[in-house]
Design a protein around this ligand. Structure first.
Ligand SMILES: [Zn+2]
Length: 269
């Protein structure tokens, strides 16, 4: 007879979808096991004591039973509900965005503890920050860095020269800034104004405690969003085959809860 193997973990709930009459499959991001899927049985019954503890975007402590295909959630306790996110539609939209990015850019069972803590800190920032867009951009720049896609912002990706802050462009294909001399040869590159360039470098090199004090002008906010959206889209499209394969596997058995209006890089306004 097989013995049931139980393990504890902290987790952030990235995604949930309904299966059968009362069950739910959760996509969890954990510090030591990376992303994993777990089934929560009976959580949609009104009498279930577990139901309140597996809300989206919450930081939870879970007890899981290892299964052959899916692990089974046996206990869950909320560590941090991030209520500020739930109370505000704009913040909720940003939380969907960072959760979806984590889901799409990572693969199962590939632990990266720093990404867990970044996600957790970003949800905390999203629930209270004056400008949640800044927290989202900070998350994107940092997560991409952790995953090996750190935007190159100090030397030109085409010629290697150190760049000045003004007159550059950003190439999603090459993953960094292109200097004014090289820009004509890189028509795919997006113009990068001095202010957006400086903010981007600030996001990459300073901690959130500093970053949260930046006051973004609407034009810079828009420029940074479009730039990061283009870069993330490029990375995802390059990995399209593996990503769509993984998504296809997960889609078996139910539909996603994530609203179709929320896409990677989607704006909250
Ligand atoms: Zn150059």
């Amino acid at each position: 007879m097989n013995r049931i193997r139980l393990y504890r973990s902290e987790a952030i709930v990235l995604r949930r979808h309904e299966v059968g009459e009362a069950d739910r499959i959760l996509t969890l991001y954990t510090p030591d096991r990376g992303k994993l899927a777990a089934i929560a049985k009976g959580v949609r019954r009104i009498s279930s004591r577990k139901s309140g503890h597996v809300e989206l975007f919450t930081h939870v402590a879970v007890l899981l039973a290892a299964g052959r295909n899916l692990d089974v959630l046996t206990q869950a306790e909320t560590i941090e509900p991030f209520r500020g996110i739930r109370d505000d539609l704009i913040r909720t939209t940003y939380a969907y965005h960072v959760a979806e990015l984590t889901d799409r850019l990572t693969v199962d069972a590939s632990p990266l503890p720093a990404a867990f803590w970044l996600l957790r800190d970003t949800l905390a920032a999203l629930s209270t920050a004056d400008d949640p867009s800044l927290a989202a951009r900070y998350f994107e720049v940092r997560l991409l860095g952790l995953l090996g896609f750190r935007p190159q912002l100090f030397t030109c990706v085409a010629c290697g020269k150190t760049v000045d802050p003004d007159g550059n462009a950003f190439s999603p294909d090459l993953g960094g800034v292109v200097c004014p001399a090289c820009a004509p040869g890189h028509r795919e590159a997006v113009p990068l104004g001095e202010r957006a360039f400086r903010v981007l470098r600030f996001l990459q090199t300073r901690e959130w405690a500093m970053v949260q004090r930046v006051a973004l002008e609407p034009a810079t906010r828009g420029a940074l969003e479009r730039l990061m959206q283009a870069y993330v889209r490029h990375i995802l499209e390059r990995d399209l085959h593996s990503v769509s394969f993984l998504r296809g596997l997960r889609r078996v058995g139910g539909t996603f809860e994530t609203p179709s209006s929320v896409r990677v890089g989607g704006s909250a306004d």
